[in-house]
Every structure is written in structure tokens, then in C-alpha cells.
Design a binder for this molecule. Structure first.
Ligand code: PNS
Length: 161
């Protein structure tokens, strides 16, 4: 049976940590949806369209990866699109409670849906989109944090007054 997974997130903006998880998922599964979603507890800096475009360029060359976005519940999208599992990266214990809560809620909404956690690469343990936004907007060097092909566009947006 074809194994389809989804990597959901805000991706505001994509980081090398996100790209690492997506690349590893693409090696493990037949099809990977990367879903740029609304997190109702966050106010995004990049628009959904900008985030999708940056991600599309970052995953260029990964044939089995598709960037999507939708409104509504992740668990419902997975049911409708025959997605077997959610794949998320775990950086530290501090991620765990939030991710665990979402995994349980998604399982309640769609009992067929598993959540799989990939351990963050040691280089990405400390990395987050919010850190990229803060450092980038203050003129700091974010070249070790974001994919090289989208670096200039991210810096351009973050430093635009
Ligand atoms: O990168 P984030 O902000 O931690 O990702 C959170 C996200 C976007 C995956 C989560 O908020 C989500 O799944 N939103 C879609 C709506 C939904 O299904 N909410 C219930 C989640 S239990």
C-alpha cells in the first residue's frame, strides 16, 4: 500500500530544520504533503502564498513532495486525502507537551491517523522560525538557519520597513 504522510506547520518562514524533516520524510514514504496552515494562536509575518513559494523552492528536486494549504482541520484533510500519518520534528522536551496534545487531538478527530515524530538533527535543535524572524529583522546573519536558495528573499522581507 502506498504510504502518504503530511508535514504540517506554520513555516513562517521555512528553516533548515523544517527542510531536514521534510527531506527525511521524503526518503521514508511514497508521498509527502507539506501543509502550510493557519495556527490560530500566531500572527504570521509571511503570507500563506509567500510561505508556500519559499517552501516550494526549498524542496525543489524532491519529486514526491507537494506543497499544499487549506483551511480547516488537519485531521479532516488527512481523511479526505488518504493521508496515513502526520510527520513532525521534535527538537527538545519543550516541544513535547504541545506536540503530544496535538497528536492526541488529531487521533481523536481521526482514529486512523498516526503522528510520527522525527528527532531533530543536532544542527537544528535550537532552530525556530521565530528565532529566524528576530535575528533577521535585526540585521543578523541567518545564512546558517534557512535554505540558501530562499535566504535573500527572507532577509528582504524581514528587513523591509
Ligand atoms: O508550526 P506550528 O505553528 O507549530 O504548526 C501548528 C499547526 C499549523 C500544525 C496546527 O495549528 C494545525 O494543525 N492547524 C490546522 C487546524 C487544526 O487542525 N487544528 C487542530 C490541531 S490539534
Amino acid at each position: 500500500m502506498k504510504k502518504t504522510v503530511i508535514c504540517p506547520g506554520s513555516f513562517d518562514p521555512v528553516t533548515l530544520g523544517h527542510l531536514d524533516v521534510i527531506t527525511r520524510a521524503a526518503k521514508m514514504f511514497d508521498k509527502v504533503y507539506v501543509a502550510v496552515l493557519v495556527n490560530s494562536s500566531k500572527s504570521p509575518c509571511f503570507s500563506i502564498e509567500e510561505r508556500m513559494e519559499l517552501l516550494g523552492d526549498a524542496v525543489n528536486g524532491l519529486e514526491n513532495v507537494e506543497i499544499v494549504s487549506f483551511e480547516g482541520l488537519l485531521a479532516e484533510y488527512c481523511r479526505e486525502h488518504e493521508v496515513n500519518a502526520i510527520v513532525k520534528g521534535l527538537r527538545a522536551v519543550s516541544d513535547f507537551e504541545y506536540e503530544f496534545q496535538m497528536a492526541i487531538a488529531n487521533k481523536r478527530l481521526n482514529p486512523e491517523l498516526e503522528t510520527i515524530f522525527l528527532t531533530a538533527d543536532s544542527d537544528s535543535m535550537y532552530l525556530s522560525s521565530s528565532m529566524v524572524r528576530e535575528i533577521g529583522s535585526m540585521g543578523g546573519d541567518i545564512s546558517n538557519f534557512v535554505p540558501a536558495c530562499v535566504h535573500d528573499r527572507i532577509v528582504g522581507k524581514l528587513t523591509k520597513k
